[in-house]
Design a protein around this ligand. Structure first.
Ligand SMILES: [Zn+2]
Length: 205
């Protein structure tokens, strides 16, 4: 059920397509995701000195019971840099996982607690295992997959090494493997399947 996009929604797609001007496959990815998320896929550009690029579901999921009844949008916050095209593609690919039916892990531990931060690191890096090959297949180089300004700490290096040999190649394998790994590290995480119907205007109705 796709409504006619608003001017504002079209402007967000145009902004992404302009950044991806040199790569037609990336432009197609952006367009398909924009349609998949019912045009509720937005992009803001942060200054070079601003926060690292991020993929956000807004409003953030804070209650599993209401996850499918509240409207949500996708917000890509992209930092302006020499790597802006790759940063945008990277964040789009976190959305591509939802389109491919991968679960989004919700972490029940208190936000910003140690367990929560550790769980977020696992979630992020597990998603990277799946999306990095897609990133490379779009013609980008591995050293531009993440920002060079953000060195990995030892915990994150260990998580990446642990995840590396896991087969996360299907949504089901991903859910089971990441669920098991989270539990082994005492993270109270829960995989959520987000239907595209939750992506709809925040202020409607
Ligand atoms: Zn990422």
């Amino acid at each position: 059920m796709s409504e006619t996009p608003t001017e504002h929604q079209r402007a967000n797609l145009s902004l992404m397509l302009d950044i991806l001007v040199s790569n037609s496959s990336s432009r197609q990815l952006a367009r398909e995701l924009w349609e998949f998320f019912n045009h509720e896929l937005y992009c803001t550009i942060q200054p070079a000195t601003g926060e690292a690029s991020r993929f956000k579901i807004l409003p953030p999921i804070d209650d599993v019971a209401t996850v499918n009844s509240k409207p949500r949008v996708i917000m890509l916050s992209i930092r302006k840099s020499q790597r802006i095209e790759e940063a945008l593609v990277h964040e789009l690919l976190h959305g591509e996982l939802i389109r491919r039916g991968y679960p989004v892990f919700f972490i029940h531990d208190e936000q910003d607690s140690r367990a929560w931060k550790y769980g977020a690191m696992i979630k992020n890096n597990a998603e990277h295992v799946v999306v990095k090959p897609i990133f490379l297949s779009l013609g980008y180089s591995e050293d531009r997959f993440t920002s060079p300004t953000k060195p990995l700490n030892d915990e994150e290096k260990r998580i990446i090494a642990d995840l590396d040999p896991m087969d996360l190649s299907t949504p089901d394998k991903f859910r089971k493997a990441v669920d098991t790994y989270m539990a082994a590290h005492n993270i109270r995480a829960e995989p959520l399947q987000l239907p595209r119907s939750i992506f709809r205007p925040l202020h409607a109705n």
